[in-house]
Design a protein around this ligand. Sequence first.
Ligand SMILES: Nc1ncnc2c1ncn2[C@@H]1O[C@H](COP(=O)(O)OP(=O)(O)O)[C@@H](O)[C@H]1O
Ligand SMILES: [Mg+2]
Length: 253
Amino acid sequence: MAKVVSFSNQKGGVGKTTSCVNIAAQIAKKGKKVLMIDMDPQGNATSGLGISKSKMKNTTYDVIIGRCDIKDAIISSNFKNLSVVPANIDLAGAELELYELEEDANFTKIALDSIKDSFDYIFIDCPPSLGMLTVKALSISDGVVIPMQCEFYSLEGMSQLLNTVKKIRSLYNPSLQIVGILLTMYNGRLTLTGQVVAELKKYYADKLFKVPISRTVRISEAPGYGEPICYHDPYGKGSLEYAAVAKELMLRI
Ligand SMILES: Nc1ncnc2c1ncn2[C@@H]1O[C@H](COP(=O)(O)OP(=O)(O)O)[C@@H](O)[C@H]1O
Ligand SMILES: [Mg+2]
């Protein structure tokens, strides 16, 4: 049975997509069967894996509005053991449609049951908001990974996000677990980094992944080649750090 893990943070540009894609690819490369669901209308995770628009028949949008079964939206990527449910800008419409559909009706979930036996891990790349798409993702997840940068505002965002997790637990998904907080674009030489890490350790010590992800050019250029870092620069710093985080994640959930 697949474990389902969302990558979520309402702030944009904190490394959700980068972490989701690279951890998914790393775990798949090691031999596990992995599905990545792109839940962001920007479709960055889809394009970061080199999936072209022409390859997409059905997308996350079609699944969410019930136009197709999730099985019919899964495509294989160019990478070992890694499948994808792609997304494009259509998904932006879903946010509104979901509000209208569900104002009175019961909250519907994306049905993953039919595919859970086919994968070891299902990773969901969430959009930068706490709207309906994120709520959907968290309500079908076993756990959530929270990527964040070492900045002052990140700490404020964190308590908001944890409140959302609490709400999701009480409304839809009591077993939602916080898998971990992942520091991204890390630069240990900055004073601010040290201050934010100290603050995080005060409140969330047990949640922090042991290894932060450094800011590297190789990580930022990889999506341009449509490649996860473990293929783009397998022995580089970024790849080794994501490998360490992937290992820790598998121990945590
Ligand atoms: N460790 C890193 N080093 C350098 N650039 C990074 C790193 N992680 C992410 N980036 C870059 O930062 C930007 C935002 O990252 P992204 O994963 O798209 O964030 P989000 O999904 O949270 O919006 C992207 O351009 C990405 O390539
Ligand atoms: Mg993103």
